[in-house]
Each structure stands twice: as structure tokens, then as C-alpha cells.
Design a protein. Sequence first.
Length: 112
Amino acid sequence: MVNRGFAVLNDEGRLRADLRGLILPNLGTAGPVTGVAASVVCGDTVAATTDSVPLSVDGNAEIHAKLQVPFPCLGTIVLIRATAFNGTPLPAPGPWIAATGLAKNSDSDHDK
């Protein structure tokens, strides 16, 4: 569960995802999750995934990346996926722990 968050993907493939208060409901905290990445899903296929970023103990993270995403990307969803547990990186992004629709933005300098 994300207390607050959003994802913006522009036409150039720049993704910004800001997470605030990502918690695992059964724990009430981020628990063992210490790293996350964002995967952009087009239709039913993962089109691109960002590098891992740290997740704070409060469940906060900011992901800024330029991705190669097909155009058009129909049915776009951004999945936040666990990439590290207790400080140990996973060999590949793991299960998704949050998902969002997408706020469309053609402004290419949103991450400056």
C-alpha cells in the first residue's frame, strides 16, 4: 500500500515515480523491502524496468529514469517491484508491491 505516490511517463520515455509511505499492510512498515524498481507494462507485457533505488525505512523512494518504451504503450501501468530485501539485492526485480495507472505528461523537463 502506498500512502501517497505518483508516476509520470512522458513521450520521450522519461519516467518519474515518487513513493511516500509504501508499507506492507500486514506489517505496517516497509518491512524487509530495502530496494525498489519501476516496471512499465504495456498491455500485458513488461516493456522496461528501471534500475533499483533505495527504499527508506519510512517507505519513501524516488525513481527517475529514461526508458525505451514502445509507442503507443496501450494500457500503461507502472509496477513498483521489490529489488532488495534486508539490504541484499535480488538477481532480478521480484514481486510487485504497488501499482499505479499513469499521469500522462509531455513535458520533458519534469525531472530537472
